[in-house]
Design a protein around this ligand. Structure first.
Ligand code: RFL
Ligand code: PHB
Length: 389
């Protein structure tokens, strides 16, 4: 088999990239290990930056998002005693959109076949070959049969655990890794949210986040130790804990209901430099991970893909290679700024098991500064709403 661009991974990064290239007539094949149902079953991101929603608009795939997405003009930081309002719209003139990653992925998946975007689900043993030659290839097993796909370029959009980053030679790739000593326990339930806007709370019992998917579906998280067994958190215990950590006002408005999804995710910061080797390009979680505190992961995947699609489109349309040559540096410049923001907000809002009284005073002073300074709130708001491409 032969295509122009082979994309490994049919998550949001791979699907979005595939559509952007298809829209310019480029032949694309996406190779995904899981079934479509499995990919749609993952409950992840909820907050989209303008840069991300703009890509869906450009593709004409924003219909359902415009109907069902929620415009958010601000959010709250809670420090146990008060709610600090970060009025994104007033501070930046922009807003974010609450529309689940699951829904974005579904919209992209449903439009794939009608737009000639080939997606192969259920591909096993995916391996990359000859990425530093002009004729790279991807091999895989489908329904027990070995397949080989030759291409001009391979885009590794296969998430943190995929094979693409591993295909970069060890002497080329430099990784920066920071694991945090806690995870997030998330619950999704069909109950109305306790607040119109998201609340990020730093409580003495640990971090909590009140988020949502719609007016009738809530998403909450609490910080838990890394080795916490999920079985220790029956729904009622989790609702009790959320009510405590979110404080009397918002906590008192929580509507409880049975979990339709409950899981624990570890938190980490990770960057692989460079994001390109020969004809292999990495995008999204394959190249970098941020802790979810800043709501940046999916949005970074989208900005990578915006840069990469732009470079590939120019290469095919005009034979210009400078976009491809500059992709890694361009993407990494934005990645590191989001890494910084996510790391800073994680440090500010969580209780660290090894944190001492001084560390706690630093959090209190920083939250106090944010509450009293419009400049500080503007800095947070402009990062949260998304830095320009
Ligand atoms: P994905 O979504 O992991 O997709 C990668 C795809 O590659 C496939 N794959 C393979 N395919 C073929 N062969 C192999 N060997 C393969 N190995 C893997 C996988 O099956 C999968 O389908 O990466 P992508 O596309 O880069 O997208 C990244 C986002 O998923 C991620 O950054 C966000 O979910 C992070 N994130 C958030 N991001 C935001 O922008 N805003 C948020 O509010 C937000 N909240 C979150 C989050 C992530 C969370 N978790 C669980 C990690 C909240 C949570 C709890
Ligand atoms: C979510 O709704 O899943 C969500 C929202 C904001 C975050 C992380 C996750 O920072």
């Amino acid at each position: 088999m032969r295509t122009q661009v082979a994309i490994i991974g049919g998550g949001p990064a791979g699907l979005l990239l595939g559509h952007l290239l298809r829209a310019e007539g480029i032949a694309v094949t996406i190779i995904e290990r899981q079934s479509a149902a499995h990919v749609l079953g993952r409950i992840r991101a909820g907050v989209l930056e303008r840069t991300t929603t703009d890509l869906l608009v450009r593709l004409g795939l924003d219909g359902r998002m415009r109907q069902e997405g929620l415009r958010h003009d601000g959010f709250f930081l809670a420090d146990g005693e008060r709610l600090i309002h970060v009025d994104i719209a007033a501070l930046t003139g922009r807003h974010v959109t609450v529309y689940g990653q699951t829904e974005v992925t579904r919209d992209l998946m449903e439009a794939a076949a009608p737009r000639g975007l080939a997606v192969i689900h259920g591909a096993a043993d995916v391996a990359l070959h000859d990425v530093d030659s002009d004729r790279p290839a991807v091999s895989f097993t489908l329904d027990g049969r070995s397949q080989r796909l030759e291409c001009d370029f391979i885009c590794g959009c296969d998430g943190f655990h995929g094979p693409s980053r591993q295909a970069m030679p060890a002497h080329v790739a430099r990784v920066f890794d920071k694991a945090y000593p806690f995870g997030w326990l998330g619950i999704l339930a069909d109950v109305p949210p306790c607040s119109d806007e998201l609340i990020y709370a730093n409580h003495e019992r640990g971090f909590a986040l009140a988020s949502m998917r719609s007016a009738t579906r809530s998403r909450y998280y609490i910080q838990v130790p890394l080795d916490e067994p999920l079985a220790d958190w029956p729904d009622e215990r989790l609702w009790d804990e959320l009510a405590l950590r979110l404080g009397p006002e918002a906590g008192g408005r929580i509507v409880r209901g049975p979990a339709i999804e409950k899981s624990i995710a570890p938190l980490r910061s990770f960057v692989c430099e460079p994001m390109r080797h020969g004809r292999l390009f990495l995008a999204g979680d394959a190249a970098h991970i941020v802790p979810p505190t800043g709501a940046k992961g999916l949005n970074l995947a989208a900005s990578d893909v915006a840069y990469l699609s732009d470079a590939l489109i120019r290469w095919y349309a005009k034979g210009e290679g400078d976009g491809l040559a500059g992709y890694s540096a361009r993407a990494l410049a934005r990645v590191w700024k989001s890494e910084r923001f996510s790391w800073q907000l994680t440090r500010l809002m969580h209780r660290f098991p090894d944190g001492d009284a001084f560390d706690r005073r630093m959090q209190v002073a920083e939250l106090d500064y944010i509450a009293s300074s419009e400049a500080a709130r503007t800095a947070i708001a402009e990062n949260y709403v998304g830095l320009p491409l």
